[in-house]
Design a protein around this ligand. Structure first.
Ligand code: AMP
Length: 420
């Protein structure tokens, strides 16, 4: 019988890497929580039409990458390719925008895109995202960006940069689009690129081929054609980022894969990751709520890649969080010792100590090996003579230092030793 393997392009995370995965995710969520974002948990599948309308009919995500199927009731269902459309759907459906604004929400979970898998690009990937709805204040754009930046720094990452631009809005973008299309129409582009220029000319600016890059070098840039209002907004975002101490570089050629962005647009790029270098991105999406049938409220948010942030940590050799599986490991020598060490599980764990012990009647050597592998700082070694004397040996695994502590005080002694 052939063994099963995971579907193509889908990562599994297991110990010890899974501990880093959780640390990365929790660091991203923790940063959002500290800025007042409330957690929202949403379904992984929605009506296909929500994404078609929300993400944009002409995007690669919608035309080529969605996992879409018909359910047993004949409805067209799609596994969520991104988070913002689902959050807006829930905000509108539950009237969450009727209270105090801005409404600030954070989410974490799996997303699905049928992309060609490669390093850092998966068909199921994980994002942490935030959305701030209902207040068109450039300080809020800067806050969203700072929440991401703080989280990356807290992980210990340094090898990334924040790229920033403004994509204008419904008042200045159409005129710019025409200007860019007129420029592109004069170039000797191949048919496929010409077609792309017709659907979304901005994408052509982001073409990676050197010959196309050379041709669009002098193309008009949105940044130079912003309306007064868009320009003022952009300048203020940059000012607030300075106030927050968040460093950025401007990239007027930035293109995002989702159509809903307006004004502020940003991406966090890590140079150690090869082709899939974006560890997160986001921006403002002022028309989206209304487009999905809600009030005409503005919004700004980000989606950060947990998988790629984890890869970035590995590339930089930084370790967010604690990857050890436990703090203390019990090493029983004999049956009586085993029952004592088993009984310690409840009080130690209740005191917040991560505790495991050697199961399966291993001898001293095997049990000590288990202790080392567990990543614990201390072993509790218990033999017959210790029981008679009412003590247990508390052994620091890194140094081999060992001291006797009274069995009745073991929880206090362990907490002291761990510095808690
Ligand atoms: P997007 O929703 O396209 O703006 O993506 C936001 C972030 O999610 C990106 O910067 C990546 O870090 C991550 N991401 C997007 N697509 C994938 C994928 N196929 N595999 C892994 N991470 C992804």
């Amino acid at each position: 019988m052939t063994a099963f393997s995971a579907p193509k392009g889908v990562p599994d995370y297991f110990p010890p890497t899974s501990a880093t995965f959780l640390a990365v995710r929790d660091t991203l969520l923790g940063s959002a929580r500290r800025a007042g974002y409330g957690y929202i948990e949403l379904p992984v599948f929605e009506d296909t039409a929500l994404f078609a309308r929300g993400v944009g009919e002409s995007t690669d995500v919608v035309t080529k990458e969605m996992y879409t199927f018909t359910d047993r009731g004949g409805r067209s269902i799609t596994l969520r390719p991104e988070g913002t459309a689902g959050v807006m759907r829930a905000v509108i459906e539950h009237g969450l925008d009727k209270g105090q604004l801005p409404l600030k929400l954070a989410y974490a979970g799996q997303f699905f895109r049928a992309e060609q898998p490669q390093s850092g690009r998966y068909r199921q990937f994980h994002q942490v995202g935030v959305e701030a709805v209902g207040v068109d204040d450039p300080a809020l754009d800067a806050e969203v960006i700072a929440v991401a930046d703080e989280a990356f720094r807290e992980m210990g990452l340094t090898g990334y940069r924040l790229e920033l631009t403004s994509l204008g809005d419904s008042s200045d973008r159409p005129a710019y689009r025409e200007r860019l299309q007129a420029f592109l129409a004069k170039l000797p582009l191949d048919d496929e690129t010409r077609r792309r220029a017709g659907i979304n000319p901005l994408r052509v600016l982001d073409d990676k081929r050197p010959e196309v890059r050379a041709m669009v070098e002098d193309a008009p840039l949105m940044r130079d054609h912003l309306s007064d209002a868009s320009r003022a907004h952009y300048e203020q975002v940059k000012g607030y980022l300075d106030d927050l101490g968040v460093k950025f570089v401007e990239n007027p050629r930035m293109v995002r894969g989702l159509d809903y962005y307006t004004k502020t647009c940003f991406e966090f790029v890590h140079d150690g990751l090869g082709a899939q270098s974006a560890i997160g991105g986001g921006g403002r999406y002022d028309g989206l709520m209304e487009q999905l049938g809600g009030q005409p409220l503005s919004g700004v948010g980000f989606g950060l890649g947990v998988d790629r942030s984890l890869l970035a940590c590995q590339v930089e050799g930084v370790q967010p969080g604690d990857v050890s599986r436990c703090d203390v490991y019990g090493v029983p020598l004999g049956e009586a010792a085993k029952s004592r060490l088993v009984a310690l599980s409840a009080p130690l764990r209740a005191a917040g100590v991560r505790y495991d012990l050697a199961y399966g009647g291993k001898g001293l050597k095997g049990a000590m090996k288990g202790a080392d592998r567990s990543g614990a700082r201390y072993a509790l070694v218990l033999g017959e003579r210790d029981i008679e004397a009412g003590v247990v040996q508390l052994k620091e695994l890194a140094t081999g230092d060992q001291r006797e502590v009274p069995l009745v005080d073991v929880v206090i002694s362990v907490r002291e030793a761990l510095g808690r």
